[in-house]
Design a protein around this ligand. Structure first.
Ligand code: ADP
Ligand code: MG
Length: 581
């Protein structure tokens, strides 16, 4: 590498008052004691996207304990800790020109802070200061030569932590909490559980637009029904008791406003680890669990929704269903088969956001409309075959219909936010005697003789969908996929609407999805299926980390690692997606 450039401060002071374009000459690498500063990209004018800058400290200089920063997962937690610390430093400085990126309640792999074998690096976005279109050289010198190296020292030099937190207890606790959460998640897999909700958890959020916990004084802390209580002792010695949701079909019932959706939403987010104090630290879900909802108006490309929808009056073949404008029921069917295709082993479904005719059909309606005149086989008839045939569990909120009692392994009633196990009463009501095992209840032969329309086995294992080689290559050669906030991606000339993809946590993660779409464009060759391509990205992320999503060798921008489920969700909503015949 070339030797670092010198005297950035003097250069910037010389630029004071000159036109903004002159900033471009400061690109390069500089050294401030143990801190290296890289100015990778300089914005062309004050209103363009901010400049890309990195600060880096070598591992030997940083001096962090190796036991907290060696393991891959420990690095994710430690980087998250340093990111939060960095934001605290910046807000104390009141330095708004420097953007480090704000994490929310989840601890996720993010590009903002990189910990690798050789050192610690922060990736920043910097608005280089100007008045009108004139360079403010002195301010720029403060930002780049004082505040940024100061920030790097403050968070990356372990000795700097000594004053406030001599034994680095905060960092240690953060990493240990993350380890414990991962261990509990692994335990779920081994114990055949879909999810775990720890006693004492605070599930409700502060408000509809805040992901912070409801103040403890107002919230009713979670307490497991005794029948579902499960205790785990982790290798750290931490002992946890809470409600275990076994693999199978679990139905959550209860009066309106009694907390049903709140628990489901907590399980939705339980696919990710949470920070201490969130209230959901011990809400842990199968990492592949996917929320499914109705989403009328979405585009669908070549999904096999025939397990749910058949014999449409138009004669459309629902084994390869394509539409630019799906209905409530067809969109929910598409969301479901796509989730399974993307590897979901658990589905989370709320009646609030479901199409009723997709979910159930009552006895009188079955009597009135003969099965061969009704295109929809409701989900209630497919929920057991999905479990026994594909190993896909369901957690379902259904306060308005008893239809799911017959097919449930467990029924949980919420009463003023307090869960009770009402499985036995629910079974009595519908006259289903007993469940033989978690995987196969008496309900596989439903009491209703007009029930499932035909055998469900093969129809629930659709063939692979294979996009064409050009499916993701919009005409323009420039960077084609770009996140616009949390729930929209511009891809070429079209927009992908992600409003219904409720497990995206922030706009940075949507940026990660956008990068993944560009990566998929390289993978698709007319032979690779959606499932294979999404797997390939997951494998790459596991070995290369989040930086591997971008072509950049220096500053990747601010990205959060997405799950394969959300990458597939964006791909599936792309209106120009084309499959090979
Ligand atoms: P449901 O889906 O049963 O109609 P919600 O889950 O939407 O009910 O919850 C209704 C309201 O109760 C929401 O405002 C939510 O924040 C609040 N809430 C949910 N759980 C709790 C709890 N454990 N303690 C206090 N308030 C809660
Ligand atoms: Mg609700």
């Amino acid at each position: 590498m070339n030797s670092p450039r010198t005297n950035l401060a003097a250069t910037l002071r010389d630029l004071d008052g000159r036109s903004y374009g002159n900033f471009k000459q400061i690109r390069g690498r500089y050294q401030f004691g143990p801190v290296q500063l890289f100015i990778d990209r300089v914005q062309v004018d004050p209103f363009a996207s901010p400049s890309k800058v990195r600060v880096r400290v070598d591992r030997a200089d940083a001096g962090f304990p190796a036991d907290l920063t060696t393991d891959r997962q420990d690095r994710v937690a430690a980087a998250d800790y340093l990111l939060r610390a960095g934001n605290a430093v910046l807000s104390k400085l009141d330095q708004r020109a420097i953007i480090l990126g704000h994490p929310g309640q989840e601890v996720l792999e993010r590009s903002n802070i990189l910990i690798d074998d050789s050192g610690f690096e922060a990736r920043l976005l910097v608005n280089l200061p100007a008045r009108g279109r004139r360079i403010l050289g002195h301010q720029a010198a403060d930002v780049l030569t004082r505040d940024l190296p100061g920030l790097a020292r403050r968070i990356f030099l372990f000795e700097e932590w000594a004053d406030a937190d001599p034994s680095a207890q905060g960092l240690h606790d953060h990493v240990q909490l993350h380890r414990d959460q991962l261990e509990l998640r692994n335990h779920l897999g081994e114990a055949d559980l879909v999810g775990f909700v720890g006693n004492g958890a605070i599930l409700p959020r502060r408000s509809g637009d805040s992901d912070r916990p409801m103040p403890a004084a107002e919230a009713v802390a979670f307490a497991s029904p005794p029948e579902l209580a499960h205790t785990v002792t982790l290798s750290s010695g931490r002992r946890l008791t809470g409600m275990a949701i076994p693999r199978g079909v679990t139905v959550i019932v209860g009066g309106g406003y009694h907390g049903k959706s709140t628990i489901l939403r907590a399980l939705e987010r339980g696919v990710y680890p949470h920070i201490a104090g969130d209230g959901r630290e011990w809400v842990i879900t199968d990492p592949s669990a996917t929320s499914i909802r109705a989403e009328d108006g979405r585009a669908v490309t070549g999904d096999d929704i025939s397990p749910f929808i058949n014999n449409l009056p138009s004669g459309t073949d629902t084994r390869s269903f394509t539409t630019t404008n799906a209905s409530g029921s067809t969109s929910q069917a598409a969301n479901l088969v796509e989730a399974v295709e993307a590897g979901a082993r658990s589905l989370l479904i709320d009646e609030d956001t479901s199409a009723t005719n997709f979910m159930i059909r009552d006895q009188r309606m079955r009597a009135l409309i003969p099965a061969d005149r009704e295109p929809i086989t409701p989900f209630v008839d497919r929920i057991r075959p999905l479990l026994t045939g594909r190993g896909v569990s369901t957690v379902l909120v259904a306060g308005g219909s008893s239809a799911f009692f017959e097919v449930a392994d467990h029924v949980i009633a919420l009463d003023a936010y307090v869960p009770r196990d009402v499985t036995a009463q629910a079974r009595d009501l519908v006259g289903v005697p007993e469940v033989t095992s978690a995987g196969d209840s008496a309900a596989t032969q439903p009491a209703d003789p007009t029930g499932p329309a035909g055998p469900a086995g093969p129809a629930l294992t659709p063939g692979p969908r294979t996009p064409t080689a050009k499916a993701l290559r919009p005409a323009s050669k420039t960077k084609s996929a770009r996140a616009k906030g949390i729930d929209r991606i511009q891809f070429g000339k079209s927009f992908i609407d992600l409003v219904a993809v409720s497990q995206l946590v922030d706009a940075q993660q949507t940026s990660g999805v956008a990068e993944a779409l560009e990566y998929l464009a390289e993978i698709f060759d007319g032979r690779t299926s959606v499932a294979e391509a999404v797997d390939e990205i997951e494998g790459m992320l596991d070995t290369q980390g989040i930086d591997g999503l971008t072509g950049h060798r220096d500053h990747p921008g601010h990205l959060t690692r997405p799950r394969p489920q959300e990458i597939a969700a964006a791909l599936n909503r792309y209106r120009e997606l084309r499959l090979v015949e």
